[in-house]
Design a protein around this ligand. Structure first.
Ligand SMILES: [Zn+2]
Length: 99
């Protein structure tokens, strides 16, 4: 099975570090097939990474702003997505600068 994540990172503004930071506090329950139930925020959200004809996340940040929201980032982290993992050093560097 070859699952391809059809998210166009560049069109969606890339991995936003503020959203990535918030995503680290969320919990993701893997439901199989790239589907996650993301909890720990103000509301629970459903993320679907692999279905192209379906909203990837049901939150307003993704649906209306068309950004890669913190819920999708939380799911991508749990999938070991390289684009998201390689953004972590930037987040850590920023945190160290702010400290
Ligand atoms: Zn979302």
């Amino acid at each position: 099975m070859t699952d391809v994540i059809l998210i166009d990172f560049d069109a969606a503004g890339g991995v936003d570090l503020d959203r990535l930071e918030r995503s680290l506090g969320l919990r993701g329950e893997r439901l199989g097939g790239g589907r996650y139930r993301v909890t720990g925020g103000a509301q629970d959200h459903w993320v679907d990474l692999y279905t192209a004809d379906h909203p990837r996340c049901d939150c307003g940040d993704h649906l209306w702003r068309e950004r890669i929201c913190k819920h999708i980032l939380a799911a991508l982290l749990r999938e070991g997505n390289e684009r998201v993992l390689t953004a972590l050093p930037s987040l850590i560097a920023r945190a160290n600068t702010a400290a």
